[in-house]
Design a protein around this ligand. Sequence first.
Ligand code: BES
Ligand code: MN
Ligand code: ZN
Length: 508
Amino acid sequence: MTALTLSTAAAPGLRADAIVIGVAKGADGPVVAPGAEAVDKAYDGRLAGVLETLGAAGAEGEVTKLPAPAGFKTPLVLAVGLGAEPEKDASYDAEALRRAAGVAARALAGSKKAAFALPLTDAADLGAVAEGVALGAYSFDAYKEQGKEAKAKKGKGPLVEATLLGAKPRDAAHKAALARATAVTEELNRARDLVNTPPNDLDPEAFAAVAQTAAKEHGIKVQVLDEKALTKGGYGGILGVGSGSAAAPRLVKLSYTSSKAKKHLAFVGKGITYDSGGISLKPAGHNETMKCDMSGAAAVFAAVVAVARLGLDVNVTGWLALAENMPSGSATRPGDVLRMFSGKTVEVLNTDAEGRLVLADALWAASQEKPDAIVDVATLTGAMMLALGSRTFGIMANDDAFRSALHEAAEEVGEPAWPMPLPDHLRKGMDSPIADIANMGERMGGGLVAGLFLREFVGEGITWAHLDIAGPAFNEGGPFGYTPKGGTGTAVRTLVRLAELTAEGDLG
Ligand code: BES
Ligand code: MN
Ligand code: ZN
């Protein structure tokens, strides 16, 4: 992780490999963003013109490098695009800052130290820049020949140290914003590591062990149900999905409690460490990235640990439904009927619709504690990707106000999301002639059908929302903003924000 510090030092005297400044798209060409005044002055106030000469427009994602002016102890100025300049008297959008900081951090891979002189109007902006740097600098090279440490030594690893200028190291609000950003991004990056870890090294047992270690470190109570305990408890959904694999399933319960808590949230994550589709095997071309099918569980795990590190005044229980979906002689067949933990029976028509089966058991388990609300997070359906694309997750809920609150929280932290309906008429497509419900329904609206299935396993009267992160969980394209290729850690920040709002009493 990139080390973050705050400083009020003036740019010219600062020793670093680069100084990062912001450039925005003004009405008549690029404009230098506030925070870079000292740098501009050293160019005799001609920096905007210099940038324009170099082809800079101030567009999002744009990076322009120029030599630092005479007298600077930093050789390089890196101007990063912020997009449109805000209206007069308005400040830069936190997400624009976050993304620009991420772009700059990526461009500085291989550098030791950089100073960030971006426009900060308050502690929230500082937090956004800190997040952008820490998330943008992420890299996963544990499996490269040389490994992370050797790379860092050779100078090719992620940016080692970042100093945020214009931030006060002794200001309580600034310190708190940095501490929050550090806790959240460290855990989020750990979720990315879990997603990126190949499935031969991260089976349900290995994932559970990681959760156990972290929970102990952060004062979180942890309970792991292994295959024996799951059998004894009657967790037919999790066992049915895991039965084809040589690696047995697990259900992990993480309990964070605060003595000042007035509310209790439950987070439930889909943790399919590899989704081959099972007997309804996925064709080649559809299974290469299916190690990402535990992204929901990784997000829940990271969020619970982050909440514990922040010491929020809310009780949060995390449930990780871990299984590997594989075909074999012991695998669940299309046509089998499973008896779920709730007592309901499910006719499995397609073993590739496995996420809803493990979630059903975990949702019912979470419901037994009667939390104030449950949020599940899952790479659940290809249909949600078709509907919303690869950067936006869908939000479904049994409560309109709660769905809106989650959408707002997501928006606030910079995670693109969109509300989706749960149309009752789609329920009858899952009627089974022999069981209480089938695990498949109409193809059209497949993401909503999955949501309707889950709703049946939420305890009576409990507020519940479902985040289908199939699109944004894994970035198959190139990196952008502070989002790397591969595991993204999507939903972690929305869950943490929800916990904060709940702790502050700003929610129901
Ligand atoms: N894990 C997949 C969904 C998925 C697809 C996630 C692409 C990320 C990227 C899920 O288990 C699945 O296979 N869903 C099926 C459901 C269908 C059989 C009803 C799907 O979406 O095709
Ligand atoms: Mn599947
Ligand atoms: Zn799946």
